[in-house]
Design a protein around this ligand. Structure first.
Ligand SMILES: *[C@@H]1O[C@H](CO)[C@@H](O)[C@H](O)[C@H]1NC(C)=O
Length: 197
């Protein structure tokens, strides 16, 4: 009963008799001097379990992460002399590989761990629409949102840009490429005819 009563009186004792308060805590509430180890460090996006052996004075806590999170650090921490062997591990969010049509990523992995940042690289002729750099955020979502690679006219096609409007009528890059080739061929045929006359 004594330790409990002391506990209830603790704030008052602390202000009036700091020394007595500390003495009381150490001798009455923490006979095994494991006082601090009664407070298990909690972690975000994960949980812990007391896995101490029943016959041991040593407190051992094991951590695990919620689904979609990966544990970084020591999964088990042990209390010795009132101190935890190390700080609690962290649960870091996992982000799925972003699907980029007509483009790729600076780092290729199946999954990415918060707070990893990747750079989106579009294929030749395509340009990034949105943020080129995206970061795996704490909730497992890419931020800002995954950009798109959009077809752009290639450099060095100035003569074709005159027919820009016509090209925009074509539904996809393949048709544009074919149209360009036909255009080049027609130019070459024109040159040939001109050189013969
Ligand atoms: C994206 O990240 C790369 C490498 O960290 C950096 O060089 C580049 O300037 C960034 N681009 C943008 C648009 O922020």
């Amino acid at each position: 009963m004594a330790p409990l009563r002391l506990c209830a009186m603790a704030p008052k004792l602390q202000s009036t008799f700091p020394a007595l308060y500390i003495f009381g805590i150490l001798t009455l509430l923490c006979p095994s001097a494991l006082c601090d180890c009664k407070i298990f460090p909690s972690i975000a996006h994960g949980s812990y379990e007391d896995v101490s052996s029943f016959f041991s004075y040593t407190t051992v806590v094991q951590y695990q992460c919620d689904e979609g999170y990966v544990l970084v650090g020591e999964p088990k921490i042990t209390c010795r002399d009132s101190y935890w062997s190390s700080s609690a591990p962290k649960c870091k969010a996992l982000c799925l590989k972003p699907e980029i049509e007509n483009g790729g990523l600076s780092v290729n992995e199946d999954q990415y761990v918060e707070p990893e940042t990747v750079t989106v690289q579009c294929d030749d002729g395509y340009g990034v629409v949105g943020s080129q750099n995206i970061t795996c955020s704490e909730n497992g979502i890419w931020f800002p949102e995954v950009p798109k690679c959009k077809w752009e006219y290639q450099m060095g096609c100035e003569q074709v840009l005159a027919g820009n409007k016509l090209l925009q009528c074509l539904p996809n890059p393949e048709d544009v490429k074919r149209a360009l080739e036909v255009y080049r061929l027609s130019l070459e045929i024109g040159h040939l005819i001109n050189s013969q006359t």
